[in-house]
Design a protein around this ligand. Structure first.
Ligand code: 4NP
Length: 156
């Protein structure tokens, strides 16, 4: 169990168009259907800003839709310095994200920073970047994000 119920969780990946938008949408869905009443604010951001303002990758939108989750209204944004103070939990998808977060975090950050799968307790696994692959990679990301979201919700 986590020590405190987080009031806000920020999911981080490189581009904020493939993995972290799915994590945001799936975790919100899991939480809303968990029967728990605490309000948690969910958001996502990318360590790079290449796609700022864009909708999620159509393949992420599609895989979410296949599982009854609509992420099409999300818009890409880049991680900011403020995020390290306004979010309780900041969760990276892979070790590259974790290295960037470690580099950028202000010394007095109030956020707890962790690898998503690790804090969820499903194993210290990276959620692989599906951007240059085919649809099967997006299904794999969806499955990993779903099991991590369910496990994290149970720990909150
Ligand atoms: P994501 O995937 O980090 O899961 O959103 C990527 C999307 C775009 C790029 C890299 C990764 N890109 O370099 O444009």
């Amino acid at each position: 169990m986590l020590k405190n119920t987080p009031r806000s969780i920020l999911f981080i990946c490189l581009g904020n168009i493939c993995r972290s938008p799915l994590a945001e949408g799936v975790m919100r869905h899991v939480w809303e259907n968990s029967g728990r009443s605490e309000d948690i604010h969910f958001d996502s951001a990318g360590t790079n800003g290449y796609h700022t303002g864009d909708a999620p990758d159509p393949r992420s939108v599609e895989v979410a839709k296949l599982h009854g989750i609509d992420i099409s209204a999300q818009r890409c944004r880049q991680l900011t310095r403020d995020d390290f103070y306004t979010f309780d939990l900041i969760l990276g998808m892979d070790q590259v994200n974790m290295a960037t977060l470690a580099q950028r975090k202000p010394e007095d950050t109030t956020a707890h920073i962790a690898l998503f799968t690790d804090i969820a307790g499903v194993g210290d696994m990276e959620i692989p970047d599906p951007y240059f692959g085919d649809m099967s990679g997006f299904e794999e990301v969806y499955r990993m994000v779903l099991s991590s979201s369910k496990a994290l919700a149970a720990r909150i």
